[in-house]
Design a protein around this ligand. Structure first.
Ligand SMILES: Cc1cc2nc3c(=O)[nH]c(=O)nc-3n(C[C@H](O)[C@H](O)[C@H](O)COP(=O)(O)OP(=O)(O)OC[C@H]3O[C@@H](n4cnc5c(N)ncnc54)[C@H](O)[C@@H]3O)c2cc1C
Length: 469
């Protein structure tokens, strides 16, 4: 019997259109050990909702594999060589990882395997075009999205692949996915305080089959995507981000299913491009996971004291008294997901009206979002904070009331999530509660700040930061 290959699943929890898995099948001449490693470094920034989504995604994959998935916990540098030797494998195959931690980890695992004469083969990527591929003149990284997108679109291919039939999945003793729950992190930063973070009560279903169904449904309405994507009340975007994140579906499939010539399809392609752009920026500048990409705002004064943590707590609980922000934060708590337009508004509010560090908000999002993705999240936040590549200028400050008026005209979204406002119709439901003749709905929080005062404060801090740099 041929030696099996080990296939190390990471951000590619699917069987369809999977070049790396196909390479493992070839390598093991049909015999493959499907393996997932619960790595404490990766679960550390994830709260219960994100961990639970990962667990359910793995359970679904295990079902698709006929119950043969081997799950082990520990550092991959130790676990991968152990499993490979146990299986008698000569090669371990995986999809290449492009994040800062993943790159380092893979180099260390490659060395650990080489000590036993076992090869680590890295194939394909979680992207349409691998980060680092699209470059400008003289091979320089592209810093502006539109320039990136033009070149990136030239690299796109609609090629997809199928998994060979008759695979012999080889199962080794497994700890099962419950090890994910026992190993889940308790590494909460101090400013989370006593904020409760139970598993979200209405999270998305998990698994490849569900992701494929969502895509079929979305492909039918993609032609109107450009018109509806900014309207959170309509809830008609694809909702594919959690599945793209864990790789239950590859963006190749999304592109192939939505490849028409309509404006909607073109705008969707561009949104997929943002994901690739952010991964590319992170590939070239791994320090941008934490550091501001634009040095110009390095001196911006942000608050980090106990009073700042109190303001953070109102924001995270969805009790700011600003209905659109609160609706978004409550959608996050309820579903582990938030609409893109509202992510932008909630992020801007934290940075520009509450004067908090964007990293605090980014950490809360990464803790709670089922689609939590380092590149898209950290750079989505830096975009909102005005410190990232191609960022919104700092002095352009979203007014959450105007945003609600424009993008939730009937208050459909707000009333869905802020239950105290269920019976309050537009325009009253957009306005901050309390204050000068504005909304006073029973039981709903009073507005925690005055928008104009804090806007002026933000602009003063901005001017001071520019003067200092
Ligand atoms: C502050 C902030 C934080 C964010 N954090 C994340 C995150 O952790 N993970 C994440 O996947 N997205 C993040 N985004 C981007 C975006 O909000 C989500 O990808 C989108 O809301 C997912 O919903 P959807 O699947 O219905 O998207 P659709 O509108 O249907 O788009 C299709 C796919 O394109 C990609 N995409 C769409 N818009 C963006 C975008 N602006 N940036 C990057 N990719 C995009 C996603 O993979 C998405 O599934 C963040 C945005 C902001 C402003």
């Amino acid at each position: 019997m041929p030696a099996p290959a080990v296939f190390w699943f990471r951000r590619d929890l699917r069987l369809l259109d999977h070049p790396a898995l196909s390479a493992a099948v070839e390598e093991g001449r049909g015999r493959v050990v499907p393996l997932f490693v619960v790595d404490p470094r990766l679960t550390a920034p994830a709260g219960p909702t994100r961990v639970d989504f990962l667990r359910r995604s793995l359970d679904s994959l295990n079902t698709d594999l006929g119950g043969t998935l081997t799950v082990r916990s520990g550092s991959p540098v130790t676990v991968i060589p152990e499993v490979a030797r146990e299986a008698g494998a000569r090669a371990v195959v995986a999809t290449r990882d492009y994040g800062p931690y993943g790159r380092e980890r893979d180099l260390a695992v490659r060395d650990a395997l080489a000590a036993h004469s076992i090869e680590l083969r890295l194939v394909d990527s979680p992207y349409l075009v691998a980060p680092g591929t699209v470059v400008g003149e003289a091979g320089r990284p592209l810093k502006v999205f539109t320039a990136f997108r033009r070149r990136w679109e030239n690299e796109l291919s609609e090629e997809t692949s199928e998994l060979p039939a008759n695979i012999d999945w080889v199962s080794l003793p497994s700890e099962g996915t419950s090890s994910l729950l026992s190993g889940a992190s308790t590494k909460r930063p101090w400013y989370f305080g006593d904020l409760p973070t139970p598993v979200a009560p209405s999270p998305p279903l998990a698994g490849e089959t569900h992701a494929r169904q969502l895509l079929v449904d979305f492909a039918r309405r993609v032609d109107t995507y450009d018109e509806i994507r900014n309207l959170p009340g309509r809830d008609e975007t694809s909702r594919l981000s959690p599945y793209v994140k864990v790789g239950a579906i590859h963006p190749r499939r999304v592109l192939a299913a939505c490849s028409g010539s309509s404006t909607g399809a073109a705008v969707l392609r561009s949104e997929l491009g943002w994901r690739e752009f952010y991964a590319d920026v992170l590939w070239h500048q791994p320090q941008s996971v934490r550091d501001d990409l634009q040095p110009g705002l390095r001196h911006l004064a942000v608050d980090r004291d106990d009073a700042a943590a109190d303001r953070f707590s109102y924001w995270a609980r969805g009790e700011t008294g600003f209905p659109l922000v609160d609706a978004g934060m409550r959608q996050l708590a309820l579903e582990g997901w938030m609409h893109n337009r509202v992510r932008m508004v909630a992020a801007s509010f934290l940075v520009k009206h509450l004067h908090l560090d964007w990293r605090w908000g980014a950490r809360w999002f990464m803790w709670n979002l089922v689609d939590g993705d380092v590149a898209s999240n950290q750079h989505g936040w830096q975009w909102a904070a005005g410190t990232g590549t191609d960022a919104a200028p700092f002095h352009r400050i979203f007014n959450p009331t105007r945003q609600a008026e424009r993008f939730d005209p009937d208050g459909e979204y707000i009333r869905r999530y802020v239950t105290e406002l269920r019976d309050v119709t537009a325009p009253a439901c957009w306005a901050p509660s309390g204050g000068t003749g504005l909304l006073a709905a029973p039981g709903y929080a009073t507005a925690m700040i005055d928008l104009d005062t804090e806007r002026r404060e933000a602009l003063a801090r901005f001017a001071a930061a520019r003067g200092a740099s």
